[in-house]
Design a binder for this molecule. Structure first.
Ligand code: ADP
Ligand code: ADP
Length: 226
């Protein structure tokens, strides 16, 4: 489903965020991407979502080599990916329902279909009763769940989450992770960047460790013991 081959990313500042990463994530798999701050977790997710382009290497998602996708086609490519951020990026002057509807409005769906799907997505995260509320009136955990509803509303086969529980207490974090778990159980491929070791331990899924832009278990590159 997601295939990285010798991927490197150097930003225009000269900062090398990823050195040489090769990995494969199967369709229907759920994995955690872990590593200290600055290890390259966000960058890796951004490359898969085509928010950034790699400097070296190949990324193949769902059979498509991303290097062959022109900038014009990125919005179409991105419809198969739901992204969740730590600070959820909700629009504060729009209702919860309107926020969740956004990807569908952009995709040009009909009004009745949008309403139906928005309600289905809000229902999945337990927030159907907040459809007309403004995000500001919700708790942090609820706001994050709205972000998740928005990410899954067009049923993408892939979910990418960047520190989705970074602002939440352990109990709420577990709640959010259970949601990802549920989407994974219906076949969605899920990749979650997190440095919450306790949470990752509880979830008991595959862990992909990054250390200074390389895979932690990369046999071609010794990593100091910590
Ligand atoms: P993580 O998500 O693991 O904290 P990042 O992928 O955000 O790691 O960052 C990896 C490295 O790349 C860091 O040194 C960071 O400062 C740098 N970096 C991230 N984004 C940019 C950017 N847009 N421009 C320049 N350097 C960046
Ligand atoms: P539909 O009748 O369109 O299939 P459902 O009532 O089954 O709609 O549920 C739709 C909701 O399912 C979506 O809005 C979303 O919250 C969630 N979802 C996201 N991705 C998937 C998926 N791959 N499989 C099933 N449900 C998903």
């Amino acid at each position: 489903m997601i295939f990285l081959q010798h991927v490197g990313k150097r930003y225009t500042t000269g900062q090398e965020a990823l050195a040489d990463v090769s990995l494969e994530l199967d369709a229907g798999e759920m994995a955690f991407l872990t590593g200290h701050s600055g290890a390259g977790k966000s960058t890796l997710l951004k490359l898969i979502a085509m928010i950034e382009r790699p400097s070296r290497g190949q990324i193949v998602v769902n059979g498509r080599n991303l290097n062959s996708i022109g900038n014009r086609h990125i919005p179409y490519y991105r419809r198969q990916i739901g992204m969740i951020f730590q600070d959820h990026h909700l629009l504060h002057d729009r209702s919860v329902g309107d926020n969740v509807a956004l990807p569908l409005v952009i995709a040009g769906l009909r009004h009745a279909e949008i309403l139906r799907r928005v309600r289905a997505a809000l229902d999945k995260v337990g927030l159907l009763h907040k459809e007309r509320a403004l995000p500001i009136t919700l708790s942090t955990g609820e706001q994050q769940r709205v972000g998740i509803a928005r990410a899954v509303v067009n049923k993408p086969p892939i979910l990418l989450a960047d520190e989705p529980t970074g602002n939440l207490d352990p109990e709420l974090s577990l709640e959010i992770m259970s949601l990802f778990d549920e989407f994974n159980r219906v076949g969605v491929t899920v990749l979650v960047a997190s440095h919450d070791h306790e949470l990752i331990r509880i979830m008991d899924r595959r862990v992909i460790g990054l250390y200074a832009g390389r895979l932690e278990n990369d046999p071609t590159h010794a990593v100091p013991h910590r």
